[in-house]
Design a binder for this molecule. Structure first.
Ligand SMILES: C[S@@+](CC[C@H](N)C(=O)[O-])C[C@H]1O[C@@H](n2cnc3c(N)ncnc32)[C@H](O)[C@@H]1O
Ligand code: SF4
Ligand code: SF4
Length: 299
């Protein structure tokens, strides 16, 4: 099982020099291709961003350290229902059926997930609003009871209403607040709301942070897989494809990446007996992908 302590041990093994000393956070950041603030947060505060998870997996894979060839869950889709229609998100034209993840599918994900080191938090959003799950408390408790912390992105519309449930879940919950409600008002209004939320949950099991696509001065939007078509070698450069890591949809379907709204890249289902040997693969969206591996924005 991947506890934060085990994940930190993997990180420290990667930092180890031949003379027994450890690489500095700056040197580790270069080694993992990860921002130094993220590395510092991991080393000093035990806070694990997805960038460091990807960096660890990638480095482990390349150097044969604590690596796993079987499918790694980058994120699951607790539900693909949503209570917004953001203009910049493909959710409103999603063609696949809507549903909520069952206890059985989540159990499969957890059973598989906890075997992987370096992934101490389960990311529970894909296309949809995670707080809309009708059995939210039961599903989040199920994750907590597996000894795993929770990470989600939320549009925040239901945050106040669901707060009592979130505060009672026996694990740490990290929420990135996305920009929707403030998209027309700009970063100032967004950061005001974020600061109010952070003050409200201070000292609890909840940590609310800013979305990866917002800076002090502007919001950034990518084109999902609708960017300019390229001939680039995504199979070599995309973290999802290189590390056999992807998304599990609400019905257990395993997809190649978190940019695939319609499930075009689905290659297996968590309930298949052969799922453990299944592998992510390039799909139509890769040709127009503007964030291979979803490494986020660098300003
Ligand atoms: C698809 S949403 C799903 C979770 C939840 N409904 C939410 O909005 O936070 C996941 C993240 O994608 C972001 N997102 C949606 N469209 C985007 C775009 N065109 N560019 C960058 N981020 C986008 C959202 O802001 C959110 O942070
Ligand atoms: S970005 Fe989130 S809230 Fe907005 S439509 Fe997409 S899934 Fe829904
Ligand atoms: S669409 Fe982009 S992130 Fe997704 S598998 Fe293809 S190259 Fe990777």
């Amino acid at each position: 099982m991947s506890s934060p302590a085990e994940a930190l041990a993997t990180l420290n093994r990667i930092r180890q020099c031949p003379d027994g000393s450890l690489l500095s956070p700056e040197e580790t950041a270069v080694r993992l291709g990860t921002p130094v603030e993220v590395v510092r947060a991991a080393i000093e505060k035990g806070r694990w961003g997805w960038q460091i998870q990807l960096g660890l997996l990638e480095y482990s894979h390349r150097h044969g350290i604590a690596t796993h060839e079987s499918f790694a869950i980058h994120n699951i889709e607790l539900t693909n229902y949503c209570n917004l229609q953001c203009s910049y998100c493909p959710h409103h034209r999603m063609a696949r059926p809507k549903g909520h993840m069952s206890a059985e599918i989540l159990a499969k994900c957890l059973e598989h997930y906890v075997r992987r080191p370096g992934l101490p938090r389960l990311v529970i959003h894909h296309f949809g609003e995670p707080l809309l799950h009708p059995e939210l408390e039961a599903r989040l408790t199920q994750i907590a009871q597996a000894g795993v912390d929770i990470q989600m992105s939320s549009n925040g519309l239901l945050l106040q209403k669901k707060l009592p449930i979130l505060l009672a879940i026996p694990c740490r919950i990290f929420i990135t607040l996305s920009v929707h409600q403030w998209a027309d008002q700009g970063p100032e209004a967004y950061f005001k709301a974020l600061t109010d939320w952070q003050a409200q949950v201070a000292g609890s099991n909840l940590t609310i942070t800013q979305a990866f696509n917002v800076s002090q001065t502007q919001f950034h939007f990518h084109a999902w897989t609708g960017g300019r078509e390229t001939e680039w070698d995504y199979a070599s450069h995309c973290d999802f494809l290189r590390n056999n890591m992807g998304s599990v949809l609400w019905n257990g379907d395993m997809a190649s990446c978190c940019l695939d709204c319609d499930g075009e890249s689905v290659f297996a289902n968590m309930t298949d007996v052969t799922a453990a040997n299944a592998s992510t693969r390039p799909w139509r969206g890769c040709r127009g992908c503007d964030i291979p591996g979803h490494r986020g924005y660098r300003e």
